[in-house]
Design a binder for this molecule. Structure first.
Ligand code: PFF
Ligand code: NA
Length: 458
């Protein structure tokens, strides 16, 4: 087994934490979490989501990083070589192939939404939102969605930005971004929270997010919460496995992963607590407004606070950078595979993978205008944008995650797990292995079965 990766290594444990956090913290936290919490009635949904993070997300994340760290190659080869070494079937490597596909599909629509953030960065900087109210902010966002040209332009710019970083390589390109962004992002969420306390309906949003009303909960909501646990932790598709491959051999895997998971969760909750006070204080905005929630609520805050133009510009810049450090990890598995298995140059591989995602992304650009009513049965009556979001977060990632859990906790000998997690206490390790072996896969399979049952038999 190689002890070093072909693409260079992180300089220490903290670089891994920063890069993994860079991958995890992104639009999932700031854009998606608040809007799906809003659509699914708040409290009970948030509780289910937190349980999914603790019982499914973190254990599977440990398993996934473990595979990367042990395999030291792209997800396909990592799993394959570990399987060979332990005389298991090499077919398990298709966890990696499926992940590469999932990453490209996520990238296709992720980049469109990141494009919205770039657009808001520029328009906030030019003072477009001064004195705006909720209704007007809704109209502005509607106007953006109605323009395929603007959406396409930003989608293309963001795709190119991602290509540029991935083409530059891991050690040069990825490590440094998160280090600078993360403290700023946290600080600006704190400022927004403060604004919510003084100018918005802060207590109403605490009640909304943490008051547990189970009557609003459906099978769909549970699957959405589960899928989001995978999406937000960058889990189930090899992204975090690819990063694990660059992890120093002596770094403590368990603690490192838990740190990343906690940071991701804290940032999502802070984003929710920052956004809902504005939502509840603005007559024109509903918690259930959908994908536009972030982009209609925050301009209202920025448009009416002192120095809002400046602060809003900084904030949307941070959101864009957070999305950027995530998108890089979406295409890295595919790029690493092309380099290692097809001997492509990094630049060519990055260009090719980004191009495929960009091209598919055009369907998502059109989902908000030209194709808004295109919801064919073979896309399960979703628009392409909603379909790709559903297929990845609620099908491919949980599936990949379960396979990872089964591979690590059932197929591989127990000693692999123990060796890689030797710095954890014996008791904690046993407990973790139990969760990974029984609880996590069972919960995922149960939720997915319920959903299938509901779809086809009721
Ligand atoms: N975790 C990212 C977010 O929350 O925005 C999205 C993501 C990145 C998902 C990388 C999957 C992935 F492999
Ligand atoms: Na996230």
């Amino acid at each position: 087994m190689q002890s070093k990766s072909l693409h260079g290594m992180w300089s220490n444990r903290w670089t891994f934490i920063l890069a993994a956090t860079g991958s995890a913290v992104g639009l999932g936290n700031i854009w998606k979490f608040p809007y799906i919490a809003g659509e699914n009635g708040g409290g009970a949904f948030v509780l289910i989501y937190l349980m999914c993070i603790a019982l499914i997300g973190i254990p599977i994340m440990i398993a996934e990083v473990l595979l990367g760290k042990r395999g030291r190659q792209n997800p396909v080869n990592a799993v394959k070589s570990i399987a060979l070494e332990n005389s298991a079937r090499t077919g398990w490597m298709h966890i990696g192939s499926m992940g590469i596909v999932a990453g490209v599909l996520i990238m296709s629509f992720y980049s469109v939404v990141a494009g919205w953030a770039l657009h808001y960065f520029v328009t906030t900087a030019s003072g477009d939102y001064a004195g705006i109210n909720g209704e007007q902010a809704g109209e502005v966002f509607g106007g953006l969605l109605a323009s395929p040209k603007i959406l396409f332009t930003w989608h293309s710019i963001f795709s190119f930005m991602t290509f540029a970083v991935v083409a530059g390589g891991v050690s040069k390109g990825l490590g440094s971004v998160a280090r600078i962004m993360m403290p700023f992002l946290l600080a600006s969420l704190v400022v927004l929270l403060g604004y919510g306390v003084f100018a918005g309906e802060f207590m109403a949003s605490v009640r909304f997010l943490f008051g547990f009303d189970f009557s609003a909960l459906s099978v769909d909501a549970v699957l959405i919460a589960l899928g989001h646990a995978f999406f937000t932790l960058s889990l189930g598709m090899g992204a975090i496995m690819a990063y694990g491959a660059y992890m120093p051999a002596k770094a403590c895997l368990g603690r490192t992963v838990i740190t990343v998971g906690l940071l991701d969760t804290v940032i999502a909750l802070m984003a929710g607590l920052a956004i809902f006070p504005i939502v509840f204080a603005s007559p024109g905005i509903e918690p259930s407004s959908g994908p536009g929630l972030l982009f209609v609520s925050l301009p209202v805050a920025f448009g009416n606070m002192a120095l809002g133009g400046l602060f809003g510009t900084l904030f949307f810049a941070l959101v864009s950078v957070a999305a950027w450090s995530s998108s890089v990890s979406l295409i890295e598995p595919g790029v690493a595979w092309l380099i290692e298995n097809k001997k492509w140059r990094r630049v060519t591989a990055s260009a090719c993978v980004t191009f495929v995602a960009w091209a598919i992304g055009i369907l998502s650009v059109l989902s908000f205008n030209v194709l808004a009513d295109f919801k064919p049965v073979w896309l399960l009556s979703f628009t392409p944008f909603d379909f790709f979001a559903f297929l990845t977060a609620q099908v491919l990632l949980p599936l990949g995650g379960v396979l990872i859990a089964i591979f690590v906790a059932w197929v591989l000998p127990r000693k692999v797990f123990d060796e890689e997690l030797s710095s954890l206490s014996e008791g904690f390790r046993t407990w973790l292995f139990f969760i990974l072996r029984y609880i996590s896969p069972l919960l995922v399979v149960m939720v997915m079965t319920l959903k299938l049952y509901e779809t086809f038999f009721s």
